[in-house]
Design a protein around this ligand. Structure first.
Ligand SMILES: Nc1ncnc2c1ncn2[C@@H]1O[C@H](COP(=O)(O)OP(=O)(O)OP(=O)(O)O)[C@@H](O)[C@H]1O
Length: 469
């Protein structure tokens, strides 16, 4: 670990053998399952034994595996370096079965769990300082990605990680950036693992059939996440249509229009060019929606800075939607409480600090996802069962996420104290965040653009085959 180099397995390796590259880790267990594979917690064997999240991508059913283009792009992702973007520390491609392992710095929390904890356990909203700090850092990381011509395309609460105890406590890390393009997500899950791809954070232009991704799709998702941080409920909770290859997500659009009102040519002149706007006259064009009003749903005063920022993120016309860089300059972030580097530690005496539960670890699953690596162990605390019950109730993160409660264990907090993260160009806690921006290094942007023009936004449309919108 540490050299960040990718490794190639011997072609003689069978898919069931543990690749040599993985032998530098002690596997702790499975921490999650997404659309494209499993996520494991491991620790480096050599001191300082730091935690690593290893994401194993499943082989697709049609066997198209990892293409050379995907591999090239993953290599580029290794060059991404920003405090608010999770660090990809290693890549392993097992050429025997074209399975892919990506090793990332481990983050103890994510927004999905933080929101769920407040909703189900804490019983009160997330304090303003924490919401503002989480949002500011999310925008800061996104601004960096966008200035490096990377569009995330699958932003949602479970992809927004927050660091646990240690030097980076309370720092937001955007995860899964760039992977959406490689795997055509959120359009084409690679296997039937029972996990549903969420459409709740999907921008209206995509729902209406736009083939072009711009960074504005990420800003729509940030707006949805901001609203969810405020209310603890997903803002537009549509039911996904799955019947055909390219389903028209009418229910999701319906949920959006009911809150924001019917989009008009006035507000969004290029609307008429979108395929589903043209194609579905009956439901989309002709139906007239009376807007409930966003302010009523998120319980914000229409004159507040928070409302102003949120409504600019949820602007229908992608060309008018606020950018990450503009959002960082918004008045909302200049008003007390100012955002901070540690989103969990409130500076105001009135704001309560909340302890969030650490990630449950399924110690009964190995890298293959099936074999027992440890004898099943008793649940350490009642919290775990409670936590898992909540997980089942909610389904997979954004939707169903099955895990077996009796095999789940929690990392001990003292274990987490031992983490020794490498120094990064970080924020100075004593300097207001607004003065610490500009971490997107121009020379690095140039490098990325030079190396792969495909990273440019214009070339950032997903491949055309087998897309599901
Ligand atoms: N670097 C990391 N550190 C800690 N946990 C992580 C890390 N990366 C991902 N996770 C967690 O692993 C779980 C599964 O992640 P994954 O990205 O595979 O799925 P997802 O985002 O929930 O869904 P989808 O696959 O549809 O995007 C999530 O709980 C996520 O927060």
């Amino acid at each position: 670990m540490g050299d960040g180099s990718s490794t190639r397995s011997n072609s003689s390796n069978s898919s069931s053998e543990k690749p040599e590259w993985l032998q530098q880790y002690n596997l702790v267990g499975k921490i999650g399952e997404g659309t494209y594979g499993l996520v494991f917690l491991a620790k480096t064997k050599t001191p300082p034994k730091r935690p690593i999240a290893i994401k194993k991508f499943k082989q697709s059913k049609d066997g198209d595996g990892v293409s050379p283009t995907a591999i090239r792009e993953i290599m580029l992702l290794r060059e991404i370096s920003h405090e608010n973007v999770v660090k990809l520390v290693n890549v392993h491609i097992n050429f025997a079965d074209m399975s892919l392992y990506l090793a990332f710095d481990y983050a103890e929390y994510d927004l999905y769990e933080i929101i769920r904890h407040h909703r189900d356990k804490v019983g009160h909203s997330i304090n303003t300082y924490t919401v503002k700090s989480l949002l500011w850092q999310l925008l800061n990381g996104l601004n960096y990605l966008h200035s490096n011509w990377i569009i995330h395309r699958d932003l949602k609460p479970s992809n927004i990680l927050v660091m646990g105890d240690g030097e980076e406590h309370g720092i937001v890390k955007i995860a899964d950036f760039g992977l959406a393009r490689i795997y055509q997500a959120p359009l084409k899950p690679l296997s039937d693992n029972g996990v549903v791809v969420t459409i709740w954070y999907r921008a209206p232009e995509l729902l209406l059939g736009s083939k072009h991704y711009t960074s504005a799709v990420d800003m729509w998702a940030v707006g949805c996440i901001f609203a969810e941080l405020l209310t603890l409920k997903p803002l537009f909770q549509g039911a996904e249509a799955k019947s055909s290859q390219n389903p028209f997500q009418l229910d999701q659009l319906d949920k959006i229009f009911k809150i924001l009102g019917h989009p008009t040519m006035d507000k969004w002149p290029t609307l008429v060019n979108l395929p589903h706007w043209q194609g579905d006259v009956q439901h989309i064009q002709a139906h007239k929606y009376d807007s409930v009003g966003l302010h009523n749903v998120v319980h914000l005063n229409q004159k507040s800075h928070a409302y102003d920022l949120l409504s600019k993120m949820l602007e229908y016309d992608p060309l008018k939607r606020i950018t990450a860089s503009q959002a960082l300059e918004h008045e909302y972030f200049r008003m007390d409480p100012l955002p901070g580097r540690n989103a969990f530690v409130a500076t105001q005496p009135m704001e309560k600090n909340v302890s969030y539960p650490t990630r449950p670890v399924d110690t009964n699953t190995d890298f293959e996802g099936t074999t027992s690596i440890n004898p099943p162990q008793a649940v350490a605390s009642g919290n775990v069962a409670g936590n898992m019950a909540g997980a089942h109730g909610m389904g997979n993160r954004s939707m169903p996420r099955p895990m077996v409660a009796h095999n789940m264990q929690r990392m001990q907090p003292q274990g987490m104290m031992a983490y020794n993260f490498p120094a990064q160009a970080g924020l100075n806690p004593s300097v207001p965040l607004q003065q610490q921006r500009g971490m997107a290094q121009p020379h690095q942007q140039q490098q990325l653009r030079r190396k792969d023009p495909g990273m440019g936004m214009s070339g950032y449309a997903p491949p055309n085959k087998s897309r599901r919108l």
